[in-house]
Design a protein around this ligand. Structure first.
Ligand SMILES: *Cc1c(COP(=O)(O)O)cnc(C)c1O
Length: 222
């Protein structure tokens, strides 16, 4: 059994039923992604559009590509024809561009609203008030080619378990609040994307439905 196959088996055995695993393959070569594919993995996450497009062209067509990184509006057009889910929606402007480019491809693209839950300054994302504004906007109500599936966030990079737990709890509360306020009749608002290599077990305990794991599958990124 290859190391990647072993890592995938190990992680999947720890995830409850219904929790989706996104294998974060950023910076990793296509050979390693193919290895994970051969071990059965079909969902991969990248954080740069160009890199994701290059890999998409070289790898099997039934891979589902998730864009998990911060996204510039001018890059959306390059991936609109194939991306499965965009995790980092942090403005109405970005969502509008995804809608526009999806429409050109005659597609509906799944999106997650990204929230700022960490104490670190550098992490992108909305707060609850901004999300409400977006969801109430006339522009959003006119969009037909995006489907908001849930929320995404990153906890602070720290070994303080209580803090990380608290941040995941706050994202779960945001998820449930928005679901109750805006998506009551929408069972497809079902995705709480939180948890990475260092904190996915905590995230799952706090209700994560999708974990994004890179280094624990492919090894550390130098
Ligand atoms: C890189 C990255 C991950 C995966 O990080 P690991 O610690 O390698 O598991 C998850 N989510 C996002 C948004 C990332 O950029």
């Amino acid at each position: 059994m290859s190391t990647i196959q072993h890592n995938l088996e190990y992680i999947k055995a720890q995830l409850p039923n219904g929790v989706t695993l996104v294998a974060v393959s950023k910076t990793k070569p296509v050979e390693l992604i193919q290895e994970a594919y051969d071990a059965g993995q079909r969902i991969f996450g990248e954080n740069r559009v160009q890199e994701m497009c290059d890999k998409h062209a070289l790898l099997p067509a039934d891979i589902q590509w998730h864009m998990i990184g911060h996204l510039q509006t001018n890059k959306v057009k390059y991936m609109a024809s194939f991306v499965t889910m965009v995790h980092g929606i942090d403005s109405l402007k970005l969502l509008a561009e995804v809608d526009k480019q999806a429409s050109k491809c005659d597609r509906k693209i799944d999106c997650l609203l990204q929230f700022h839950i960490a104490t670190e300054e550098t992490k992108f994302g909305l707060d609850l008030e901004e999300a409400r504004e977006l969801l109430n906007s006339e522009a959003y109500l006119q969009m037909h080619n995006v489907r908001i599936r849930g929320v995404m966030g990153m906890a602070t990079f720290t070994d303080k378990v209580d803090q990380v737990k608290h941040e995941f709890k706050s994202l779960r509360t945001i998820f449930e609040t928005l679901r109750d306020e805006f998506f009551e009749d929408r069972p497809d608002f079902d995705t709480l994307s939180m948890g990475m290599s260092g904190d996915y077990l905590l995230a799952v305990e706090e209700g994560s439905t999708l974990v994004r794991i890179g280094s624990s599958i492919f090894g550390s990124r130098l």
